[in-house]
Design a protein around this ligand. Structure first.
Ligand code: BES
Ligand code: MN
Ligand code: ZN
Length: 493
C-alpha cells in the first residue's frame, strides 16, 4: 500500500508536487511560491493548457524548475460543489498522473484534516494492483509512486482521520485480493483459511466443514456443494468491539452474511462458455463481508458485529444436484431446485437462518452477486437494495451517498412471492424471467425470521471492466466502505 504522511505546508525542495485547484481560484500560498520559484512556469503552463481548475481536469508540467520534477494540477471544480468524493477523486488523479514519481507532495490552499485524509484515501484506493501472478513485468512498466505526503495545517487531526480511513482501505484491499484470485487457487477451504488472518486483528474466526454442516442440516447449501470435489465451508467471524474486555454490550450484534460461490459454472443447468470466467468473482459478497470485518476490527469499531460466509463451488458432475431435486433447508422448509444455476439463494438461505438462530441479531444484511437481472435493471451504477425495514433502507441509502457506493431500493411484495410457489415443495428456487432479482429476494425473505433485514444484490457492482477515479479495473470491493460507514454513522456505542 502507498505510504501516506501528513506535513505542514512547505514548498518541497525537489521531487513532485500536486496542486489541487478550485475553479477560478487565484494563486496563493504554496501555489504562488512554486510559481515564483519556477519563474512563472506554472502560470504559463496553465495559460497554454487553459487550465482553470474545472472538476476532474488535470495539467502536468515536466521539470518546471526549482528542482521540481513534475508539477501536477488537479481541478476541484467550484468551491460550493466540493464534497469528500471530489477530494478522493483528486487523490486518485494524483496516483495515476504521478505514478512515475517515487514520491510526491499534495497541497491545496487550505486542506482541512478530513479533506487531507480523503485525498490520501483516494490515492491509496486508486493505486491498488493485483500482481501476484505476473512474473515478467519490466521495472519501467511498474508504478514507482511509493510515498505521498499530504500537506495540511491540521497534521495531528489528519493522522487520526487517516487511521480510520486506512482501516477501510486495508479492508478494501483484502476484499479485492480475494475477489481477484482465480478459482483454482481460491476454493472454499482456501478462502476459509484466509479468513484466519483476521484473528491478528482480534476477530474470532470459526470454520465449519462438511461434517459440521451436514450435522447442522444445511441441506440447501450442501445441495449446491455436492457436485464439487472441493468441500464447502461456512466461516463465522466475530468482532466484539462493544462487549469485549468483560464489558456487556447494551445492543444485540449486527450481522452480515455473504454469498461465497468460489466458482459458479451453473451446475447441471450449465452456463454458456462465453464470459464464464467472470464467475470466479461469484464470491464477492463473502469477500466483502471478510473485508468489512477487517475494516471494523482494524479501526476498533465500538460495535459487536458478526460476519458469516457460505463458501461453495457450483459444479456439474455425477454427484451434482439435478434440476427437479428437492432439498430440505436448515430452516426445515423444502425447496424444489428447478435451476441449479440459482444457487446463491440456496447458500444464503441456510446461513441466514443459522445467523438468526444463533445470534438474535439487531439486523441482518446480506450481500450477493445474486442475479444477472439486477445488471439489466440498474446497470453498473447502483446495487439493488431489498429490505423489510424502512429505517435500515434509509440509513443504507445515506451511507451509499456518503461513500459513493450507491444503492437503489427495489420492491418486495406478496404478488412476486407467488412466482416461487412449487407444485411439490414449500417453494422453488426460480420464479421465471419477470422481476428476476425481486423473486430472488423474495426467496431469501422466506428465510428471514422477523428480523430487520436488507439484501444487497451486487452482481453489477463487484467487478469493473474499466478504470474509474478511485477504482482500478477489476475487483471493486463494493460494499466494504458502504457498510463500514453505515456502522460508523449509526451503530456504534
Ligand atoms: N452468479 C449468478 C449471477 C450473476 C450473473 C452474477 C452475472 C454476476 C454476473 C447467479 O448465481 C445466477 O446464475 N443467477 C441466475 C439466476 C437464474 C437461473 C434464475 C441468473 O441471473 O441468470
Ligand atoms: Mn448461478
Ligand atoms: Zn452465482
Amino acid at each position: 500500500m502507498l505510504d501516506i504522511a501528513f506535513a505542514k505546508p512547505a514548498l518541497p525542495k525537489s521531487g513532485a508536487l500536486a496542486l489541487l485547484v478550485h475553479e477560478g481560484e487565484r494563486p496563493s500560498g504554496l501555489w504562488q511560491q512554486a510559481d515564483e520559484a519556477t519563474g512563472g512556469a506554472i502560470s504559463r503552463a496553465f495559460e497554454v493548457a487553459e487550465f482553470t481548475g474545472g472538476k476532474g481536469k488535470t495539467c502536468v508540467i515536466l521539470a518546471p524548475g526549482a528542482n521540481l520534477t513534475r508539477v501536477l494540477a488537479v481541478g476541484l471544480g467550484k468551491p460550493a460543489d466540493v464534497t469528500a468524493k471530489v477530494f478522493e477523486e483528486a487523490g486518485g488523479a494524483v496516483a495515476t498522473n504521478l505514478s512515475q514519481e517515487p514520491s510526491a507532495a499534495v497541497a491545496n490552499s487550505a486542506l482541512d484534516a478530513g479533506q487531507a485524509a480523503d485525498v490520501a484515501l483516494g490515492a491509496v484506493l486508486r493505486a491498488y494492483r493485483f500482481d501476484r501472478y505476473r512474473t515478467r513485468e519490466k521495472p519501467e512498466d511498474l508504478p514507482k509512486l511509493a510515498k505521498l505526503t499530504v500537506l495540511t495545517a491540521e497534521t495531528a487531526k489528519a493522522r487520526t482521520a487517516w487511521e480510520r480511513a486506512e482501516a477501510a482501505a486495508k479492508g478494501v484491499f483484502l476484499t479485492r485480493d480475494l475477489v481477484s484470485e482465480p478459482a483454482n487457487v481460491l476454493h472454499p477451504a482456501e478462502m476459509a483459511e484466509r479468513c484466519g488472518q483476521l484473528t491478528e486483528l482480534g476477530v474470532k474466526v470459526d470454520i465449519f466443514g462438511l461434517k459440521e454442516l451436514t450435522k447442522l442440516g444445511f441441506g440447501a447449501l450442501l445441495g449446491v456443494a455436492k457436485g464439487s470435489a472441493n468441500e464447502p465451508r461456512m466461516v463465522v467471524m466475530s468482532w466484539s468491539g462493544a462487549s469485549g474486555n468483560g464489558r456487556k454490550a447494551k445492543d444485540k450484534p449486527i450481522v452480515f452474511v455473504g454469498k461465497g460461490v468460489t466458482f459458479d459454472t451453473g451446475g447441471i443447468s450449465i452456463k454458456p462458455a462465453a464470459g464464464m470466467e467472470d464467475m470466479k468473482w461469484d464470491m464477492a459478497g463473502a469477500g466483502t463481508v471478510i473485508g468489512l470485518m477487517a475494516a471494523l476490527a482494524g479501526r476498533k469499531a465500538k460495535v459487536d458485529a458478526i460476519g458469516l460466509v457460505g463458501l461453495v463451488e457450483n459444479m456439474p458432475s455425477s454427484t451434482a444436484q439435478r434440476p427437479g431435486d428437492v432439498v430440505t433447508s436448515y430452516s426445515g422448509q423444502t425447496i424444489e431446485v428447478i435451476n441449479t444455476d440459482a444457487e446463491g439463494r440456496l447458500v444464503l438461505a441456510d446461513v441466514i437462518w443459522y445467523a438468526q438462530q444463533k445470534y438474535d441479531p439487531r439486523f441482518i444484511i446480506d450481500l450477493a452477486t445474486l442475479t444477472g437481472a439486477i445488471i439489466i435493471g440498474l446497470g453498473h451504477e447502483y446495487a439493488g437494495l431489498f429490505s423489510n425495514d424502512d429505517g435500515l433502507s434509509q440509513r443504507l441509502t445515506a451511507a451509499g451517498l456518503a461513500t459513493g457506493e450507491r444503492v437503489w431500493r427495489m420492491p418486495l411484495d406478496e404478488a412476486y412471492d407467488k412466482q416461487i410457489k412449487s407444485d411439490i415443495a414449500d417453494m422453488k428456487n426460480v420464479g421465471g424471467r419477470p422481476g428476476g432479482s425481486i423473486t430472488a429476494a423474495q426467496f431469501i425473505q422466506r428465510f428471514v425470521n422477523g428480523k430487520p433485514w436488507a439484501h444487497l444484490d451486487i452482481a453489477g457492482m463487484a467487478w469493473a471492466t474499466k478504470d474509474s477515479a478511485v477504482i482500478p479495473k477489476g475487483a471493486t470491493a463494493f460494499g466494504v466502505r458502504l457498510l463500514d460507514r453505515l456502522v460508523a454513522d449509526n451503530y456504534e456505542s
